[in-house]
Design a protein around this ligand. Structure first.
Ligand SMILES: *[C@@H]1O[C@H](CO)[C@@H](O)[C@H](O)[C@H]1NC(C)=O
Ligand SMILES: *[C@@H]1O[C@H](CO)[C@@H](O)[C@H](O)[C@H]1NC(C)=O
Length: 306
């Protein structure tokens, strides 16, 4: 039987009835929303309650905003005395924590990372340093456990640090071999990169080991189970990731795609996105099925899920 294109779109409903040989996984198209000029490596992303995107840049200490409707972008602010911005997470409505650090363009880490607070609840952004981590290896990802607790992965030490925002107390919450850079690597190397807490689990990627892992975590930030490897694929460079409303992880793969994983760890490619670094779901009625994807090629893409 030959399927027409329109018949193909109803095939998913047929499920197992149709032969797997006939059905190719349907992929979505990534449309460019915004391109930095001159180019900047977009590193991470958050979506504001008002629908605007917040974008960090690994090769500049900036925070940009992109309007997905008008496709216009502008620099919102520059973090002083630092070279780079990376992980971003919302703490309370429209208040964010952001990783910055003295990472040079050649990725020589000159040390000294800090976590900033960015409050956008007023028309003028209010920024302040939450805490400086002068002994950090390399920070990149960032996630919040609750509205007073940040979890900060250290990509070279292979740890996750817990930072209590109200007291600024910090301590290592987890240290695991799955978070370390590959053993024996010389020169620039990273382990844990993306890190997100979602529904009772801490999830993380190890970008140089090409793995994606998770562990059950209690409300205090303590791991309560054993670390499970969800996925491993040499050369995929899993970076940061986001979750759909039903808890499905969507991971930006540096090799050039947005991929999702079912609960058995089976990967499917959602869309091709060159040099993907991070993703976030839209928060509005119109864009709740759209994934915004940043790329180190200097663009921000929208992937409307089919
Ligand atoms: C933070 O979370 C607590 C506990 O869920 C809640 O009571 C409080 O209202 C939240 N604060 C803000 C500013 O969102
Ligand atoms: C980053 O480098 C600048 C310039 O040397 C310095 O002022 C700043 O304290 C450094 N930041 C950290 C967190 O070490």
């Amino acid at each position: 039987m030959r399927y027409s294109l329109s018949a193909l779109s109803v095939l998913p409903f047929l499920g197992n009835l149709a032969s797997a040989a006939v059905i190719l996984p349907r992929q979505s198209t990534a449309t460019s929303l915004y391109k930095f000029s001159p180019s900047l490596r977009a590193e991470n992303i958050a979506v504001r309650p008002n629908g605007q995107l917040l974008i960090t840049t690994i090769d500049a200490p900036d925070l940009w905003t992109v309007d997905p409707t008008t496709k216009k972008g502008s620099k919102l602010l520059t973090f002083p005395n630092t070279l780079s911005s990376a992980g971003i997470t919302e703490l309370t409505p429209d208040v964010y924590a952001v990783v910055t650090g003295n990472l040079t363009s050649s990725f020589a880490n000159k040390g000294g990372w800090e976590i900033w607070k960015v409050d956008l609840t007023d028309s003028t952004p209010k920024t302040s340093v939450l805490k400086v981590f002068s002994d950090a290896g390399m920070f990149n990802g960032l996630t919040s456990l609750d509205n007073n607790t940040l979890l900060i992965p250290d990509a070279t030490k292979g740890t996750v640090i817990k930072l209590t925002v109200s007291t600024l107390d910090s301590s290592v919450a987890i240290k695991d071999a799955s978070m370390l850079p590959p053993s024996g690597s010389t020169g620039f190397s990273m382990g844990i990169d993306g890190c997100r807490y979602n529904s009772g689990f801490l999830w993380w990627t190890n970008i140089f080991k090409n793995t994606f892992s998770k562990v059950a975590m209690d409300a205090t930030g303590k791991a309560t189970g054993t670390v499970t490897q969800v996925f491993s694929d040499s050369g995929s460079n899993p970076d940061d990731f986001c979750f759909s409303a039903d808890g499905t992880p969507y991971v930006a793969l540096g090799k050039g795609s947005l991929a999702k994983f079912d609960d058995k760890g089976k990967m499917s490619t959602v869309a091709s996105v060159a040099s993907a670094t991070a993703c976030a779901f839209g928060r509005g009625e119109k864009d709740k099925n759209t994934v915004y994807v940043t790329s180190s090629g200097g663009s921000v893409f929208a992937v409307a899920l089919s």
